[in-house]
Design a protein around this ligand. Structure first.
Ligand code: FAD
Ligand code: NAP
Length: 460
């Protein structure tokens, strides 16, 4: 038998997920010294994960990594099997029979919960839903958000919350020539939102916004950023935090908040209020959210380990629409160990480990499903490369028998009636989206239903 990783017996790897971590892992595998075949399995017909369905439409530059990914998709020995969900169309066990190695790069597809009364009331939503809706994700295409409400609360002070605030704050004219889904543009055109309240459970020094994203919130044409100067008084531990050289992002954020506080109001059509040291304690209303009870917090703990502790003081914020933007969480797949507390596949150096901490032969992870839901697009490159390094080091220990790979898998999927989407198929859909966008001055008009995408390929 030929050695594994040589041309007669290439290493067959299934990469599950086509977001940044999947593409960076594929690139590292294909550029290795071994003979490798990479088949990327993606549950949607469209690749690129959160770069397509997360990154905000008004930040087109941040979608540029797609050009890199489409070049990786054209590399020899790379194949895409789009429209195939692992766990639904094919099991992990079946994949293991077809591939030497499975590398999970399936992201963090669900959201965390606040665990407060009223959280599930109508008009209380996750940011995940809203973001996926305005970005045309097929699973969220038919969601509705009551944008007739004048006051909206956004819980959390990270960059996703910043995206949500910007989309709510901007006029449709500012969004019209982006790749925002047209259903979202139409709904936002009728928006009556006037006040956006962005709620942080800790202080301004602990907000997770990056400087550029925060600064942008003070430069919106249609919206005043409002900060109460009293909220910017820092406790001693927070002062220590912002004085630490390595914590320059926090120091700059505090400076930006000070600029917001000093900025004269322009009486813009919309206002964005920053709240600090407040936690939602309950959502209340008759049949829908009408108000949020906010507990006032104090910070406790050493610098960099400060946590928010609720005090007895509360206030009521009247708001008719809520977006919880407190982070994402991974989804388990049958046949793969899952750490439910962290919402990740547990790993050691990228190797998936079982409950006893032992590596499960042939299973690896990269990206958000490995690290949890933090880090920008670029963070996933080093992460995926380090997983691939561990994977390649393990090849001598793998059973060297040849595996059927994509040919066998395609036969199995065809027998189940699954129409797979190849790289060429995707480029066809992609070109049609771009052509649809052109008359409207948009970079593309996305197809927002799986059936529409398959119709582009002649599937009825
Ligand atoms: C709303 C939002 C906006 C963001 N904006 C920016 C930004 O502007 N700039 C920036 O640098 N970073 C941004 N980020 C962060 C960045 O998107 C992430 O770091 C990155 O996408 C994580 O990559 P990933 O490959 O791990 O996961 P993902 O990008 O989520 O990709 C996972 C892929 O796996 C697929 N998948 C899931 N389950 C299965 C399954 N069972 N079978 C087959 N396929 C499956 C999914 O459909 C998806 O395509 C943003 C994140 C969010 C949430
Ligand atoms: N333009 C960009 O570059 C861009 C855009 C979007 C996203 N991203 C990246 O994607 C990643 C995910 O972003 P994210 O905004 O989802 O996550 P994040 O940066 O971790 O922010 C989550 C926010 O939710 C708060 N939170 C968590 N649990 C809470 C609770 N129970 N009650 C109240 N508040 C709670 C956090 O506060 P604590 O700090 O107190 O925990 C924090 O303010 C980040 O790395 C981000 O930078 C980048």
């Amino acid at each position: 038998m030929s050695a594994l990783g040589t041309e007669p017996n290439p290493l067959r790897v299934a990469v599950i997920g086509s977001g940044p971590s999947g593409f960076y892992a594929a690139e590292a595998l294909l550029k290795s010294d071994l003979a490798v075949r990479v088949d990327m399995i993606e549950r949607l017909p469209a690749p690129y994960g959160l770069v397509r369905y997360g990154v905000a439409p008004d930040h087109p530059k941040l979608k540029e990594p797609i050009m890199v990914y489409s070049a990786i998709a054209r590399l020899p020995h790379f194949s895409l099997l789009g429209n195939v969900a692992v766990g639904r169309d094919v099991s992990v066990e079946e994949l293991r029979a077809h591939y030497h190695v499975l590398l999970f790069a399936c992201g963090a597809e669900t959201d965390r919960h606040l665990g407060i009364p009223g959280e599930e009331l109508p008009s209380s939503h996750t940011a995940t839903e809203f973001v996926a809706w305005y970005n045309g994700h097929p699973d969220y295409r038919d969601r509705g958000f009551d944008l007739t409400q004048e006051a909206v609360a956004v819980v959390g002070q990270g960059n996703v919350a910043a995206d949500v605030c910007r989309i709510l704050a901007k006029s449709v004219d500012e969004l019209r020539t982006t790749d925002i889904a047209s259903h979202a543009l139409d709904a936002l055109a009728a928006s009556r939102v006037r006040e956006i309240h962005v709620i942080g459970r800790r202080g301004p020094a602990q907000a997770k916004f990056t400087n550029k994203e925060l600064k942008e919130l003070g430069e919106l044409a249609n919206c005043d950023a409002v900060v109460d100067p009293k909220d910017l008084e820092l406790d001693p531990a927070s002062r220590t935090e912002v004085e630490a050289k390595a914590n320059f992002v926090a120091a700059k954020n505090v400076e930006i908040f000070r600029q917001f506080a000093a900025q004269p109001a322009r009486n813009a059509a919309r206002r964005l209020f920053f709240h600090f040291r407040k936690s939602p304690a309950a959502l209340a209303g008759t049949g829908r959210v009408e108000q949020m009870v906010l507990a006032h917090n104090r910070l406790e703990g050493e610098p960099f380990k400060q946590v928010a502790r609720e005090t007895a003081q509360t206030e009521v914020l009247r708001c008719g629409l809520v977006f919880r933007s407190i982070g994402y969480s991974g989804v388990p797949i049958r046949g793969v160990p899952f750490d439910a507390r962290r919402g990740v596949f547990p790993t050691q150096d990228g190797r998936i480990v079982d409950g006893a901490g032992a590596a499960v032969a042939g299973l690896y992870a990269a990206g958000w499903i490995k690290r949890g839901p933090t880090g920008i697009i670029g963070t996933n490159r080093a992460d995926a490369v380090s997983t691939v390094k561990a994977l390649l080091a393990d090849v001598p220990q793998l059973a060297p028998e040849a595996k059927p790979g994509i040919d066998g898998l395609k036969t199995l999927l065809a027998a189940r009636g699954v129409r797979t989407v190849s790289v060429e198929d995707w480029f066809k859909i992609d070109a049609l989206e771009v052509a649809r966008g052109e008359p409207h001055g948009k970079p593309r008009e996305k197809f927002t239903r799986v059936a529409e995408m398959l119709q582009c390929l002649g599937v009825q």
